[in-house]
Design a protein around this ligand. Structure first.
Ligand SMILES: C[S@@+](CC[C@H](N)C(=O)[O-])C[C@H]1O[C@@H](n2cnc3c(N)ncnc32)[C@H](O)[C@@H]1O
Length: 379
């Protein structure tokens, strides 16, 4: 079989990606700077997820899947050294996301960069995030997605504005808005969490005026793992044989040739779609969220000031917490439904933080159905 051979694993066709020039170069570059692929990781294109990671090795619970030398990561230390020509970090107040974006973009613009093998291995276009769509398309989204889209676009615009204002000298391409957008989105979809103490102990310039904690970092190859809500891995920074490594351990084990997933967090499908540009058909963490006004409309009731105050005082109107999930109705939604449907009850605290009455619980499946039908019909 040639380099483009496909393999049938659990009836799934995967196409290896290790023969591609950008991946050969990436692997060479990683090994030149101290990465050894002892766990036989391979990159492949999977039908459901596109490019991801697999191994010809089986992992047991607790095994290390990958360990990347810290020197190969783009951390605050890397950017604070690499950006000195174009900005003075002690004079500006940028966030770590801004700095990683600026670093990626400036390195991509250079004819020769120490990071070009890494940058060439990245998707050359942004993933299809819904909030990057045209204003006409955004107008056709459901209201909740429009609100998130607006917030995300505003964050991107503010990052670009802060960054442009801070640059004292720059190659022209750094101000290219599409390129900045590419870098910003890639940082958002690929950065890993690193404890700021590790960044501090390895960086003498930590007095710089960073506007937030340097908890984001880019990690070549480790950023090739796709997400699954059931994946359980643990990341840690370890010191071995005179070198720091960022490593991932599996807490479940994986089979040979299966795609190896990590979890990007306990995200429902809206979060996955808006942050990463995909969703999972069987996502058990998925929820259907409601706003207080929507719940009132569906229930067809008006509330008096005492009911409204109770809901507000306990933050029960936060739409992040008003949802129906695989496990049923959330506590906050249950509390809101009880309060809005029982104006005559004197002491809401007693019921909501005690026991809901049986006759209310009996009708809960009906309320749930009504809420879900309404939501479905509103699309
Ligand atoms: C950290 S990267 C993972 C590697 C990426 N697939 C690649 O080829 O570079 C995150 C991006 O991968 C894709 N992704 C991750 N998990 C996925 C999944 N379960 N299904 C589909 N796409 C996924 C999304 O485009 C996401 O923005």
């Amino acid at each position: 079989m040639g380099r483009t051979a496909t393999r049938r694993s659990k009836k799934i066709n995967v196409v290896y990606a290790d023969h591609l020039k950008e991946i050969i170069d990436l692997r060479r570059w990683l090994s030149k700077y101290g990465w050894s692929n002892v766990t036989k990781l391979k990159l492949a294109k999977f039908p459901d997820t596109d490019r991801g990671v697999m191994s010809s090795k089986r992992f047991k619970k607790g095994d290390t899947i990958i360990a990347i030398p810290l020197d190969l990561m783009i951390t605050y230390k890397t950017v604070s050294k690499g950006l000195t020509e174009i900005l003075s970090l002690s004079d500006v107040s940028l966030e770590i996301h801004d700095l990683l974006t600026l670093f990626l973009v400036t390195e991509r613009c250079k004819e020769q960069s120490l990071w070009s093998e890494y940058i060439n291995s990245l998707p050359q276009n942004s993933p299809p995030l819904p909030w990057l769509a045209s204003p006409e398309e955004l107008n056709s989204y459901p209201a909740d997605l429009q609100i998130i889209s607006e917030r995300k676009r505003k964050n991107l615009e503010e990052s670009l504005y802060r960054t442009k204002r801070s640059i004292k000298k720059h190659p022209d391409c750094v101000l290219d808005e599409d390129l900045f957008k590419w870098g910003y989105v890639l940082v958002n979809t690929r950065a890993v969490y690193i404890h700021p103490d590790f960044v501090r102990i390895t960086n003498e310039n930590m007095n710089d005026a960073l506007a937030d904690e340097p908890t984001m970092a880019l990690c070549p190859f480790l950023d090739m793992f796709n997400h699954h809500f059931q994946a359980l891995t643990e990341s840690e920074v370890v010191y071995r044989e005179g070198q720091w490594f960022y490593q991932l351990k599996t807490l479940t084990g994986t089979n040979k040739y299966d795609q190896i997933f990590i979890s990007y967090g306990a995200h429902d499908n809206i979060k996955l779609l808006m942050e990463y540009g995909f969703f999972l058909a069987d996502n058990k963490l998925d929820t259907v969220k409601f706003g207080l006004e929507e719940v009132l409309k569906i229930a067809g009731v008006n509330v008096d000031s005492r009911q409204y105050k109770f809901i507000k005082d306990h933050n029960f109107d936060n739409s992040e917490d008003l949802y129906i999930g695989y496990e049923g109705i959330s506590f906050n939604l249950k509390a809101v439904l009880f309060v809005i449907c029982n104006a005559e009850v004197k002491n809401f605290n007693y019921v909501v933080f005690g026991n809901f009455p049986d006759d209310f619980l009996k009708y809960l499946p009906q309320y749930t159905k009504k809420l879900l039908f309404y939501k479905k019909s509103s699309f």
